[in-house]
Design a protein around this ligand. Structure first.
Ligand code: C2E
Ligand code: CA
Ligand code: CA
Length: 553
């Protein structure tokens, strides 16, 4: 025995691992992709912060430099006098970024903070002239700072020389390139400029982005443009760099999801083998919920509801096992056992009371294939039960395969069974296709009955469903009636039949038989011959009665 189980278990384990692996690779790649996206977004945010800090710093430096130039212009010292030169020197030492202050007249440098010039050097033409009248000269050679090209800010007859790198400030992390541009796109200063960057293209951009494998941020303020850039890490390079992490991720996700899949498979497998054993041991019994004629209070039938009586005596409700039975195909033998049970439980009673009928629930597959019809015929054979006394019901899911359903319903009708659509209003039913199916009854779902008298939004749907059923000439059965006011409302609206706890819960066979007899004593017996009385609901449930207006083929 164990020899048989182990390979099965191993196969399940292997399959779970394979499934988990198949799922975890895309999941891990997705996670790395997401983290790449997050990293890229973070990089751009840092660039934006840097560019903002630089433009702020540049603005501050520029404001203090131009203020100094204006104060110089306002003095009336004799040009290049001692006083004048001393004043320029004071100005220079008071500002840490100023590398020199000079007096220029007629385009020629005359004197500076250090004294007189004697070489008649001419000032270059301004590269930029700002709206406030300050001129900017780039790449100026200064004897004060011979190792760098400085920037000269000129106003009136004075010029202040500034180290361009100091204009950009210190808030720049290593690896980030920063460029300062004037309004017209002229490059004023740069830090770690990447030669591959097309400055003019980036200058036309806004905000942050990626261009030619470079992440950038562009900010503008007071006539300055600052561009901060950093090489972007491509996705492939990122994945390569993160491949150890990726591998771990795959391993962890595979292990976790594999265990979950394995556990679920095992659980389903054991639930399935338990259910299969229940089918083999015929552990299914049927309870019967009485169906009441609202106008007279008579019991005219019952719905057969399957129960699984486990060996320990506990009773499982269909919701706990029907879904698994449907997906595994075990529903077929279960339907067969329900049919056998119904015949076994109620044979005598059905023969003795011809107006009585039992409805059997069928799954979607039963309805589309009609497989159960010969099983039902064989079960009824020699019992004396009329096919008219057995009604078939299926939910709207059963009618998705419209053609298959039509074939089954036509055949069921030919044999004599009535048919009902269950849980009406909860699926996708449309009038159009309902009209084309040979149905006898429509069961209004409990969720609609619940809304009666509650003022809920869907309560307005209930009268429409009733009207629709009437248009289609279908008999209406209201499900889940729990209160008298619901029964009264439905009766007033012309709903013929109802079932629900107001009348009785699903009862074991003996309980149903007792209920029926009591009811018969109290309200009298329903008319005996089903087909004889076309206006009685019980007779309309039988297949011989007209269903939808004759639009179906
Ligand atoms: P359904 O066909 O809509 O059956 C009605 C369900 O509502 C039953 O639950 C019944 O016990 C419950 N019910 C009836 N009146 C009331 C009421 O007044 N209040 C409340 N709260 N509930 C009420 P059950 O027996 O658990 O059946 C659940 C579902 O299982 C059924 O819904 C049906 O779709 C399915 N089912 C039951 N027996 C079979 C069967 O033999 N074969 C198949 N394929 N499905 C079945
Ligand atoms: Ca039902
Ligand atoms: Ca139902």
């Amino acid at each position: 025995m164990t020899g048989g189980i182990r390979p099965k278990r191993l196969r399940a384990l292997g399959l779970s691992a394979l499934l988990a692996l198949a799922g975890s690779v895309p999941a891990a790649v997705g996670a790395v992709y997401l983290s790449w996206r997050v990293d890229t977004a973070g990089q751009r945010a840092t660039l934006a912060t840097t560019a903002q800090a630089v433009i702020q710093h540049t603005g501050d430096i520029y404001s203090s430099a131009t203020a100094a130039l204006r104060s110089m212009a306002a003095t009336d010292y004799a040009p290049c006098s001692d006083q004048h030169i001393r004043h320029m020197r004071q100005l220079m030492v008071s500002s840490p970024i100023t590398v020199g202050v000079a007096y220029v007249h007629d385009g020629v440098f005359r004197c500076s903070a250090f004294g007189l010039f004697d070489d008649q050097r001419r000032q270059s033409a301004p590269d930029v002239t700002r709206p406030d009248g300050v001129s900017i000269h780039i790449g100026v050679q200064s004897r004060f700072a011979p190792q760098v090209d400085v920037i000269a800010l000129g106003f009136g007859d004075h010029a202040i020389l500034i180290d361009p790198s100091l204009l950009l400030g210190y808030a720049i992390a290593p690896g980030i390139s920063v460029m300062l541009l004037a309004d017209d796109g002229q490059l004023i200063a740069a830090r770690d400029r990447d030669a591959a960057i097309n400055v003019q293209t980036l200058a036309s951009r806004e905000g942050t982005g990626t261009e030619n494998d470079v992440n950038y941020a562009v900010v503008r303020q007071d006539g300055w443009t600052v561009i901060a850039t950093e090489p972007a890490i491509g996705l492939t390079a990122y994945v390569r760099a993160e491949s150890p992490m990726l591998l771990w991720l795959v391993v962890i996700i595979t292990a976790c999801s594999g265990s979950v899949i394995f556990w679920l498979t095992r659980r389903r497998h054991s639930a399935l083998s338990e259910l299969a054993a229940a089918v083999r041991h015929r552990e299914f019994v049927v309870h019967y919920q009485p169906i009441i004629e609202l106008e007279t209070g008579r019991c005219i039938g019952a719905e057969a509801l399957v129960r699984w009586r486990r060996p320990d005596g506990t009773m499982a409700r269909p919701d706990e096992f029907i879904p698994l039975a449907e997906t595994s195909g075990l529903i077929r033998p279960i339907t067969d056992q329900v049919i056998e049970r119904v015949v076994f439980d109620l044979n005598q009673m059905l023969v003795a009371n011809r107006s009585l009928h039992v409805t059997i629930n069928l799954c979607a597959e039963d309805i589309s294939t009609g497989r159960f019809l010969p099983v039902l015929a064989a079960a009824l054979d020699h019992t004396g039960i009329w096919p008219e006394q057995i009604l078939l019901e299926a939910t709207e899911r059963g009618f998705i395969d419209v053609e298959g359903a039509r074939r089954t319903l036509i055949e069921a009708r030919r044999i004599g069974h009535g048919t009902a659509i269950d849980d009406f209003g909860t699926g996708y039913s449309s009038l159009q296709y309902l009209q084309t199916l040979p149905l006898n009854a429509l069961k209004i779902d409990k969720s609609f009955v619940d809304t009666i008298g509650r003022g809920a939004a869907t309560s307005s749907v209930t009268p429409h469903i009733i009207d629709m059923a009437k248009t289609l000439n279908l008999l209406i059965v209201a499900e889940g009636v729990e209160r008298q006011d619901q029964a009264d409302y439905l009766n007033e609206r012309g709903v013929e039949l109802a079932q629900g706890w107001l009348f009785a819960k699903p009862l074991p066979p003996e309980g149903f038989i007792a209920f029926y007899q009591q009811r018969q004593q109290r309200f009298g017996a329903a008319p005996v011959r089903i087909k004889d009385s076309p206006r009685r609901p019980a007779s309309r449930l039988a297949a011989g009665a007209p269903a939808a207006p004759a639009t179906h083929p």
